[in-house]
Design a protein around this ligand. Structure first.
Ligand SMILES: *[C@@H]1O[C@H](CO)[C@@H](O)[C@H](O)[C@H]1NC(C)=O
Ligand SMILES: *[C@@H]1O[C@H](CO)[C@@H](O)[C@H](O)[C@H]1NC(C)=O
Ligand SMILES: *[C@@H]1O[C@H](CO)[C@@H](O)[C@H](O)[C@H]1NC(C)=O
Length: 285
C-alpha cells in the first residue's frame, strides 16, 4: 500500500519538461528498493538539534516559542525561492535520481552521481516549511531508492537528523497554533515517520488528522490558510495580469473543493504509518 500511495504523491509533480515524465516513471519502475526508504523506529536522534542554536533559518526561535505570526509563516511558504530549494529544483532533482546506476546490493552504499546543483539544493541553508521537507525528500529518495549518498553515509544521516529536527519544531508549532497548515503538517510527519523518527508518532496528531477525513475519504487544506496564501500570491504576481488571474482562479477552485489531492495522499501515508507503528508495538502489550 505504501508504494501505491507514494506513487500518487510523486506523480503530482510531473510537468511537461522534455523527458521529465519519462525519468520519473523510470524511478518507479522497480519498487523493491522503496522498502529501504522506510527506516527502523528510532528515538532520540534529533535531540542534538532540537535545542540547538544552530538553526536552518532565522525564525526558529519564534517558531519554538510559537510566537511567529501565522501569516508570516504563510508568506515564508509563498516565497520558497528565498530558500535553498524551490518546487522546480526539487522536481528536477528527484527526476535526476534516475541517472544513478541500479542497486545491485542493498547493503552497499555508493556515492551518488555528481550533481553540483542538486547537492547545493539539498545541503544548503536557509530552509523553512516546504523547502525543508523537499531537501529531506531528495536525500531520502537517494539513500533509499538508489542506496547512494550525497556526501558520505555519516554526513547524510547527520543532515537527515538535522532536517527532521527542524521539521519537528515546525510540526509542533503548527499544532500549537491550531493546525493552521494541514498539508505541511502532514508532509513533515509523513516523511520523518517514514524514516522511523518516533517523536513524530503522536496519538493526538494522528487523531487530529483522522478528523480531517470526510465521508468521501478526502480532506482539504485549512480555509484561512488558503485565503492568506492566495492573497500573498496575488501580491506576488504584481502587475502580471495573467498570473494574477490564474491565482484568482486557483483560489476559487481551492476554496470550493472537498478533495485536496496532495493533502489527501499525504494523510493516507500518515495513517499508514500510524498503523505500522501500532502493528509493531501492539503485540508487546
Ligand atoms: C543559545 O543562545 C542563547 C541566547 O542567545 C544563549 O543564552 C545560550 O547560551 C546559547 N546556547 C548554546 C548552547 O550556545
Ligand atoms: C524574499 O526575498 C526578497 C528579496 O530579498 C525580500 O524582499 C522578501 O522580503 C523575502 N520574503 C520573505 C517572505 O522572506
Ligand atoms: C490569515 O491572516 C489573518 C489576517 O492577517 C490572520 O489574523 C490569520 O491568523 C491568518 N491565518 C492563517 C491561517 O494564516
Amino acid at each position: 500500500m505504501f508504494y501505491l500511495i507514494t506513487l500518487m504523491l510523486y506523480i503530482n509533480f510531473i510537468d511537461d519538461w522534455s523527458d521529465f515524465g519519462f525519468r520519473i516513471r523510470k524511478l518507479f519502475q522497480n519498487d523493491i528498493p522503496f522498502i529501504h526508504t522506510i527506516g527502523n523506529f528510532n528515538r532520540g536522534r534529533m535531540v542534538k538539534w532540537i535545542l540547538s542554536n544552530e538553526t536552518v533559518n532565522k525564525f526558529a526561535q519564534d517558531i519554538d516559542k510559537a510566537i511567529l505570526p501565522k501569516e508570516t509563516f504563510v508568506n515564508l511558504i509563498v516565497y520558497m525561492q528565498n530558500f535553498s530549494i524551490t518546487m522546480k529544483d526539487s522536481d528536477i532533482c528527484i527526476s535526476r535520481i534516475t541517472y544513478n546506476s541500479e542497486v545491485l546490493d542493498v547493503n552497499k552504499f555508493r556515492p551518488c552521481r555528481r550533481d553540483p546543483h542538486c547537492e547545493h539544493c539539498i545541503r544548503s541553508d536557509p530552509s523553512v516549511a516546504y523547502s525543508l521537507s523537499h531537501r529531506l525528500l531528495n536525500l531520502q529518495l537517494r539513500l533509499g531508492l538508489k542506496r547512494c549518498y550525497v556526501k558520505s553515509v555519516e554526513e547524510d544521516e547527520a543532515l537527515f537528523d538535522k532536517l527532521c529536527a527542524q521539521m519537528y519544531r515546525e510540526t509542533v508549532y503548527i499544532a500549537r497554533r491550531g493546525f493552521f497548515a494541514r498539508d505541511l503538517f502532514l508532509e513533515h510527519i509523513a516523511l520523518c515517520a517514514t524514516a522511523g523518527y518516533e517523536e513524530f508518532y503522536r496519538r493526538h496528531w494522528f487523531q487530529k488528522a483522522t478528523n480531517w477525513l470526510t465521508k468521501n475519504g478526502c480532506m482539504s487544506e485549512f480555509r484561512n490558510f488558503n485565503i492568506n496564501r492566495t492573497k500573498e500570491l496575488i501580491k506576488y504576481a504584481g502587475n502580471d495580469r495573467k498570473m494574477k488571474e490564474r491565482f484568482v482562479r486557483i483560489k476559487c477552485e481551492l476554496l470550493n473543493i472537498e478533495c485536496d489531492e496532495h493533502a489527501t495522499d499525504v494523510l493516507l501515508i500518515v495513517l499508514a504509518h500510524a498503523i505500522r507503528h501500532a502493528a509493531r508495538f501492539m503485540n508487546k502489550v
